[in-house]
Design a protein around this ligand. Structure first.
Ligand code: AOS
Ligand code: ZN
Ligand code: ZN
Ligand code: ZN
Length: 424
């Protein structure tokens, strides 16, 4: 399945007039739209290889058909997304769910689709066939050194594969923790995990980063050994300058103020990566912006402010990735929606009158502060995001074109109805 350039152009020419009208209307009212459009065009969000298949829960999985059966097909899917929005130019691999066989071919394919290799993801939360030690009671925290060594060796192997592909970062998410009070010596678990991470850190190439992802609960439901941003930051600080905290939006206790966490991590120079998704209850992994778009905007407002304060480039300063999964949607349509929501939140954050906000804060003008933020949030920025796509030769309406071209039907035709993507 390939989308032809003329198909995108035909689609865009049908929508051009209406788009122009909305875009011009917006530019009359807003200063600096050109700068915002340029920034939007640069901004790329990595797609994880495991989000291309239908997700499931422990109660079941309802496959949608035409799902990618190999790494090559997963890259093909991301290539389609990128053609449609020109904002998904990176793939994040998971080892061993993805097994890059011929590295040169995989790299050539990535170049053909215009994809970069984002952070590599290791897996010490499942036992693989033939594996010597079990992760049932943890991996890097484990009381048995042999288990810890196996987990460390796996991560070093993932780094090697990443180096061959041209990635420059490793994300470590650990399921380590405990399910019942008394099960774990918290201090020993922390020290074992730190020691394991130190061994991995020592194997990082000069220009690499390691991201320590935290998660409050699940699959362990009493304690998690990297349970919150404080614990992640402890590890990252002890490890050294190449270690950073990774924020996954679904990994907090209810009502956590994620925008404040983001702001302080950035201030400390320790925010490394981001996993976007949305949730109502826990790690629901719903489409970004589908439940709490205002929160997503507030987070972006802190990201933009914090990165600007440090002179960081928005596009390349942090690892941006979607980490979502879904039972009832077409995975590709869902990812298009997530990317769109992220771009909108970013555009809204760029609209915030930062100087006015600072002045209002200094005057304790709480009402004005809220007005400034909500003015930006309530601006319909869709024409800005669409304009960025238009200029990059992507589709004005990515989901619309996906449906017009019957992409899923064609993928089912090529791959069959009963396909199972590897992963969660
Ligand atoms: C798990 O809850 C985390 O969000 C991970 O980032 C990720 O989903 C998993 O490691 C798949 O690689
Ligand atoms: Zn995650
Ligand atoms: Zn998660
Ligand atoms: Zn999640």
């Amino acid at each position: 399945m390939k989308i032809e350039r003329y198909q995108i152009e035909e689609h865009n020419s049908k929508l051009a007039q209406s788009h122009q009208r909305k875009f011009e209307f917006l530019t009359q009212d807003i200063q600096g739209t050109e700068d915002i459009v340029q920034k939007l065009m640069k901004f790329q969000i990595a797609i994880p290889s495991w989000a291309l298949g239908t997700g499931g829960t422990r109660f079941g999985r309802f496959s949608g058909g035409g799902e990618p059966r190999s790494l090559e097909e997963k890259m093909g899917d991301i290539g389609l997304l990128h053609q449609l929005n020109q904002s998904s130019g990176a793939i994040s691999l998971h080892i061993p769910w993805d097994i890059p066989q011929n590295i040169q071919d995989i790299k050539a394919l990535a170049a053909q689709y215009g994809l970069r290799f984002d952070a590599m993801n290791s897996n010490t939360f499942q036992d693989q066939p033939g594996q010597e030690q079990s992760y049932k009671f943890g991996s890097m925290q484990h009381v048995d050194k042999a288990v810890r060594k196996q987990a460390v060796d796996h991560n070093i192997e993932v780094i090697k594969q990443g180096v061959a592909l041209g990635s420059d970062s490793l994300t470590v998410w650990l399921a380590d923790g405990s399910s019942f009070p008394g099960q774990l010596n918290f201090r020993r678990a922390f020290e074992n995990t730190l020691e394991s991470l130190q061994e991995i850190y020592a194997a990082l190439p000069e220009d690499w980063k390691v991201f320590v992802e935290y998660k409050a609960f699940e699959p362990n439901f009493y304690s998690t050994t990297v349970g919150d941003w404080g614990q992640s930051l402890l590890y990252a600080n002890k490890l050294g300058p190449k270690a950073y905290t990774l924020v996954d939006l679904g990994h907090h206790l209810p009502n956590a103020n994620i925008e404040q966490i983001v702001s302080l991590l950035l201030m400390e120079g320790k925010l490394g990566g981001f996993h976007f998704n949305d949730s109502k209850y826990g790690d629901d992994d719903l489409t970004a912006g589908s439940v709490k778009p205002y929160q997503l905007f507030l987070i972006f407002n802190e990201l933009v402010a914090g990165m600007d304060a440090k002179g960081m480039d928005h596009a390349s300063g942090l690892g941006w990735m979607i980490d979502a999964s879904h039972n009832v949607k077409d995975p590709l349509e869902d990812l298009l929606q997530s990317v769109e929501a992220i771009m909108m939140a970013y555009a809204q954050a760029l609209l915030v009158d930062k100087q006015g906000l600072e002045e209002a804060r200094l005057q304790n003008d709480v009402v004005r502060c809220q007005e400034i933020l909500q003015n930006a949030f309530r601006t319909d920025v869709r024409p800005l995001v669409a304009e960025a796509r238009l200029r990059a030769n992507a589709a004005l309406n990515p989901v619309g074109l996906f449906r017009e071209l019957q992409v899923r039907e064609k993928l089912i035709g090529e791959r069959g109805y009963k396909t199972v993507a590897t992963g969660l």
